[in-house]
Design a protein around this ligand. Structure first.
Ligand SMILES: C[S@@+](CC[C@H](N)C(=O)[O-])C[C@H]1O[C@@H](n2cnc3c(N)ncnc32)[C@H](O)[C@@H]1O
Length: 262
């Protein structure tokens, strides 16, 4: 993960604060604002081991609880538009906490809720968090396995986003973040360290980074962008793919997302 020590960084949706604490200790940013969706009490109740105490040690740190990235009213003391980089590690909507919430909105899939969460994160990142004169980077780290791969982060999230652009991806190396435990969204468990991918956005279309980024794959007529399938060798090969259950499910996810953002 490309991070420089003189940057001002905002982390979104930290679970037990172990990512932000590791970032602070190992990358020494100029300023770090770490945010948690849960209240401090909920975090302490949920996670037996957390990193709150590691983070209250310096005046260049800010710690905010009850911070919902989709809702500006929850941002309280956040100083706006002052960050070089915003990071959301392994985002996931809290599906288990309030099943009724999802039940009431039964026609919207959890896949779509996750896409909408990430979309709001990118829109708010550009509009409220990033300093227009700063580095202007927005990272999402996720996994290329189901259900995360079904959010189609690379190809779908960019739709109708005028002010922030997808630049590419890079492997997330957890070994550079000692002490970081990727947290399960609702339980005191940590997720297996399977390979993560950091997807990078910026309001600037041309943004030089020191590492070469992996560009979008499976573009063009002979591929399926939704399922990342192909190249198809013939029209019937493509048709066969489009009739598959996997493709039809992805098509439904895409259609629902498109409908809701339009
Ligand atoms: C799988 S957990 C990962 C936690 C942590 N980022 C990590 O890497 O260990 C997903 C996180 O997304 C957070 N989250 C979900 N919806 C959010 C929202 N609207 N605003 C901020 N955070 C959110 C959850 O609270 C949860 O901590």
């Amino acid at each position: 993960m490309y991070i420089k020590p003189n940057w001002r960084i905002l982390t979104i949706g930290d679970g037990d604060l172990s990512f932000s604490a590791s970032l602070w200790q190992n990358f020494k940013p100029k300023q770090l604002t770490a945010t948690v969706f849960d209240s401090q009490q909920t975090l302490e109740d949920k996670y037996q081991h957390h990193a709150i105490d590691l983070l209250k040690t310096d005046s260049n740190q800010q710690l905010l609880f009850d911070f919902d990235v989709t809702n500006p009213k929850s941002w309280g003391a956040l100083k706006k538009q002052q960050f070089d980089l915003v990071i959301f590690q392994f985002p996931l909507v809290p599906a288990f906490e309030d099943p009724q919430y999802f039940h009431n909105k039964g026609y919207i899939s959890i896949n779509t809720f996750n896409r909408l969460l990430l979309r709001k994160y990118l829109i708010h990142g550009e509009k409220y968090f990033l300093d227009p004169n700063g580095e202007q980077l927005c990272y999402i780290t996720s996994k290329d396995v189901k259900p995360y791969s079904e959010w189609n982060i690379e190809n779908s999230l960019n739709q109708d986003l005028e002010h922030i652009h997808y630049l590419g991806s890079t492997p997330f190396r957890i070994e550079n973040f000692p002490g970081y435990k990727i947290r399960n969204v609702d339980r005191d468990k940590h997720v297996k360290d399977t390979q993560g991918i950091t997807y990078i956005w910026s309001p600037r279309t041309e943004r030089e980074l020191p590492e070469e980024l992996t560009p979008k794959t499976h573009q063009g007529q002979e591929h399926c962008q939704f399922c990342k399938a192909g190249p198809f060798v013939s029209t019937s090969d493509k048709t066969l793919h489009e009739q598959s259950k996997k493709h039809q499910l992805m098509q439904r996810y895409e259609d629902q997302y498109r409908k809701l953002i339009s």
